[in-house]
Design a protein around this ligand. Structure first.
Ligand code: NAP
Length: 366
């Protein structure tokens, strides 16, 4: 008890009880994580594209590794419990969760929503659909995900032999081997929907999902699938990467150089336990300065870039790839001009050098 309380000579006036001051304290331990998922959910709901809303998400070490170096090594545990709970929240915000068949064979994940963002156990009315990319149809029928196929939608997307999508159960591809047909039958009789697509390109996959009423996809890996999506940034809306504090020296995406660096916008970061989550929007059209900063004004490129802005059939990605190729060509030409200029004591823009470069180019083209 404080000293003045008992010793005060002033009688204490009884006061009406005051409502407790409004608290700024978060209602959830991980309030920023809840807010991030809610904002994403709102974007997912608004999405009305020709292909589903795609969130590309993975966990990596400080060196970018998503998995051990060898495919035979056991599963690499990267995320801590807090970021794992956050991943469950992200899953719940989408109609479907997608992985490649390598992840199913290697990790045998359940790909379900089992907790909220605070890590509290929950039961959802309907689990998101599980999508497996599997051109060779080698998903084990005994995998955990296939064993759930009678309780939730499990869709295996594979390559058929026609230029339209068809359901394996209704029309098994005529050109498949008996072994592949048997694998398809083993998966279908366990309740998995095996869909045969013209190809397993990401474009065909996403178009197929749209026709199957899948409006949003949470892509969770593995390494090859993440790599493929990073090469088609035009198909990705949001990226969420969890960085765990360890070095692995393992497999990581992207597997090699990209067409251009991809800088995310509206970036948010969260610290969850020992992990840092970086989330941002994939640029819908990667700007030209990003591709080739030294040619950002595009004046110099106008000689080599052919009609790229006139061709309406090009996707944003194809436009970017073309610009990138043009910038590469121009860089090579500059280097060649410098080399010839030094060798012959001429100015880099001397007509003789231009002629030599044009002749070399014509020779290349033939
Ligand atoms: N750190 C993480 O967040 C995380 C998450 C998931 C997995 N992982 C790890 O990643 C590893 C598995 O990665 P992975 O590269 O071996 O396998 P993966 O990416 O899970 O699956 C790759 C396979 O998917 C099939 N596929 C079909 N269409 C594809 C397309 N358009 N693009 C790419 N693949 C397509 C291909 O098989 P077909 O040739 O038969 O079509 C391909 O071999 C495991 O070690 C796992 O632990 C890490």
């Amino acid at each position: 008890m404080s000293a003045w309380f008992g010793s005060s000579s002033t009688p204490r006036v009884a006061q009406d009880p005051q409502p407790p001051p409004e608290s700024d304290a978060p209602t959830h331990p991980n309030e920023p994580a809840w807010e991030l998922v809610e904002a994403l959910e709102a974007r997912v709901k608004q999405h009305d594209g020709a292909t589903p809303f795609v969130t590309l998400s993975w966990a990596q070490g400080l060196d970018g590794s998503m998995a051990h170096a060898s495919k035979d090594d056991p599963r690499l545990m990267l995320s801590g419990s807090e970021s794992m709970a956050f991943t469950h929240g992200l899953r719940k915000a989408h109609t479907a969760i997608m992985v490649g068949r390598g992840t199913i064979s290697g990790d045998d994940p359940r790909l379900s929503v089992r907790m909220d963002i605070d890590g509290k156990e929950i039961q959802v009315e309907e689990q998101p659909a599980a999508i497996i990319l599997d051109g060779s149809l080698s998903t084990p029928p005994s995998s955990k995900i296939v064993s759930q196929a009678k309780m939730r939608r499990v869709i295996i997307l594979t390559r058929g032999d026609s230029d339209t999508m068809c359901d394996f159960q209704e029309k098994p591809p005529k050109t498949w081997s008996m072994a592949k047909i048997q694998r398809g039958a083993a998966l279908s009789c366990r309740g998995a929907k095996v869909m045969c697509l013209p190809s397993t390109s990401l474009e065909d996959i996403l178009k197929a999902l749209k026709t199957l009423d899948i409006h949003s996809v949470f892509v969770e890996g593995g390494v090859s699938v993440v790599d493929a999506f990073l090469r088609r940034p035009d198909l990705v809306d949001q990226v969420v990467v969890t960085v765990a504090p360890l070095f692995v020296g393992g497999r990581r995406p992207p597997k090699g150089p990209l067409e251009a660096p991809l800088r995310l916008s509206n970036v948010e970061t969260l610290t969850l336990g020992d992990d840092v989550v970086v989330s941002g929007q994939m640029p819908s059209a990667v700007d030209f300065a990003n591709v080739a900063p030294e040619f950002a004004d595009r004046g110099e490129l106008s000689d080599v870039t052919q009609d790229e802005d006139d061709d309406e059939d090009l996707t944003e990605f194809e436009r970017l790839a073309r610009k990138h190729a043009d910038a590469k060509r121009l860089r090579e030409e500059r280097a060649e001009r410098d080399r010839l200029s030094k060798e012959h004591g001429l100015a880099p823009d001397d007509p003789l050098i231009t002629q030599a470069i044009e002749e070399a180019r014509a020779l290349d083209e033939t």
